[in-house]
Design a protein around this ligand. Structure first.
Ligand code: HEM
Length: 503
């Protein structure tokens, strides 16, 4: 009896010590960050939650307003956490170039039910091993093979658009999302989706539903925290949708693994590059599992889910914005088509990998699209050590830093007349004049986007296929769309464009 009472007391005391240490740690971080300016708060706990608890379009505007008022840095508080919001290239560099700050910020907890601990969300040794396994999947010889898939899927997209082009406009986002989802499914998992079977339709619906749930959590920031999320009205729906997503990818992996022997995996690393057969990213993971035992089934699933998410939503948003900008700037559209004629000879020719590399003007248009509308408009890190910003503020170890890529890209001192669509900003001589961290659509430093060259090729292929078949006329324009905060930058309503068949 005495022993058990002593044990309970000891555990209780330990708990109290832990709690005190935890309070001391957060209070000390809070005090250090107090001096950073920021929007008005309502007490320590509520902080800026009410400032951010409004509609997604108003949150978007409030963030821009905060940038205007507090540049180059401001703080936001929620519960016991304080985040520094970083707006200038110099501080971005301090954080992104230093691998001590490689750990993602708390906001990524939103994604953990779905993506678990995949390449996007993991850090440390696990992230390093996975990045090493997956990097060969983006070697140029593998990307060369993917161009065929991009062309096949772009052709299906064009056929889809042809069915609707007699209408006065097409709301493009569902067409484009299907294209990018199918493209990533085939390249990442070796799986050709048609969205005809019930399982595929359910998966497509689940990808859509999970986006809505994540947006709800993002705009009700207390639900970002796991222990609070249990009380979210969407929690059970999130569990159900996540199960559908996981069941689908688990089955695809199982099927691919059963046929694993037929896939002719490379035996040496250099054979990955020489392989004549199309290799899906999943094959590299299966190879790592079977040959080296360095990744388990759960690990493979984390990565497949991560690639399905990161590989479709980002490119879909970028393609929608690019098409809107091209439709709204007829002179740019003509110049892209003129370049296509020059490089391809005949507009109906499917571009090869080399053709795509030679479409330099189109590349500048895509870069400028991603400047104006960076699909990933913010990223966040947990700082691995104290950091002193260029303005002299100390950001303590373990505090969160949010890098607002959107605001860096819209800074008038870096990009004069920042709302103007001007692809020539990306002429080499103009790029040279800017700070290397002034353009961050794919992030930068060790945790940059592994799929950036993949994305550029996919976007170019789709735009070529569309412009070879249609002239685009504007319905929505940069002036009429309403941008909203989401994990990915989106418009409030799907973008509308008129597609006129090219004679
Ligand atoms: C226009 C298209 C794309 C944009 C704008 C984009 C942007 C980004 C950004 C900003 C990051 C850093 C995220 C962070 O630090 O939190 C990132 C990471 C990542 N991206 Fe992309 N991405 C695009 C396309 C793709 C594609 C097509 C794939 C896959 C095929 C992909 C896979 C990933 C992965 C796996 C990561 C995590 C990398 C790591 O932490 O090691 N992305 N992307």
């Amino acid at each position: 009896m005495l022993l058990s009472t002593t044990l309970v007391c000891a555990i209780g005391l330990l708990g109290v010590f832990h709690l005190l240490a935890w309070i001391k740690f957060h209070a000390s971080n809070y005090m250090k960050m107090c001096v950073i300016p920021g929007p008005p708060q309502k007490g320590i706990l509520i902080g800026n939650m009410t400032y951010l608890q409004t509609t997604p379009e108003k949150i978007f505007l409030r963030l821009r307003e905060a940038t205007k008022n507090f540049y180059p840095i401001y703080k936001l508080n929620a519960l016991h956490k304080c985040a520094a919001n970083i707006l200038n290239p110099e501080d971005c560099e301090l954080i992104m170039s230093n691998s001590a700050h490689n750990q993602k910020g708390q906001i990524y907890d939103l994604l953990r039910n779905w993506l678990k601990d995949g390449l996007l969300t993991s850090f440390g040794a696990k992230w390093q091993t996975r990045r090493k396994i997956l990097t060969p999947a983006f070697h140029f010889s593998i990307l060369q093979q993917f161009v065929q898939i991009f062309n096949e899927e772009a052709e299906i997209l064009v056929e889809d658009l042809k069915k609707d082009c007699s209408k006065s406009y097409i709301s493009i986002s569902s067409h484009i999302t299907k294209f990018t989802l199918k493209t990533i499914a085939e390249t990442a998992m070796g799986s050709k989706l048609k969205f005809e079977t019930q399982k595929e339709i359910d998966y497509y619906q689940a990808v859509y539903d999970v986006g809505k749930i994540l947006l709800y959590r993002l705009t009700h920031p207390w639900f970002i925290f796991h222990y609070v999320n249990f009380f979210s009205p969407w929690y059970l729906q999130e569990v159900k949708v996540t199960k559908t997503l996981h069941n689908f990818t688990r089955e695809v992996i199982k099927h691919r693994e059963e046929n694993f022997k037929d896939i002719e995996l490379p035996t040496e690393e250099h054979e990955v590059y020489k392989g004549k057969k199309r290799l899906a990213m999943l094959d590299l993971l299966l190879s790592a599992k079977h040959k080296e035992g360095i990744v388990e089934n759960d690990g493979i699933q984390e990565e497949v889910d991560t690639f399905m998410f990161k590989g479709h939503d980002t490119t879909s948003a970028a393609l929608c914005f690019a098409l809107m900008l091209i439709a709204s700037h007829s002179e740019v559209q003509e110049s892209i088509v003129a370049e296509m004629r020059e490089v391809l000879g005949d507009l109906s020719k499917k571009p090869s990998y080399n053709d795509l590399q030679n479409l330099k003007y189109l590349e500048r248009c895509i870069k400028e699209t991603l400047r104006l509308y960076p699909s990933v408009h913010f990223i966040s890190r947990t700082l691995g050590q104290d950091l002193i910003t260029t303005g002299g503020y100390t950001l303590p170890k373990e505090s969160n830093a949010i890098i607002h890529i959107y605001d860096v890209h819209h800074n008038a001192d870096i990009y004069p007349d920042p709302e103007k669509f001007d692809p020539d900003r990306f002429l080499p001589e103009n790029v040279q004049k800017r700070h290397p961290y002034a353009y961050l659509p794919f992030s930068a430093g060790p945790r940059n986007c592994i799929g950036q060259r993949f994305a550029m090729l996919e976007l170019k292929t789709a735009i070529c296929a569309i412009l070879a078949n249609f002239t685009l006329q504007p319905i929505d324009t940069p002036e009429t769309i309403i941008l909203v905060v989401d994990i990915i930058l989106r418009t409030k309503e799907p973008i509308k464009i008129k597609f006129v068949p090219r004679s």
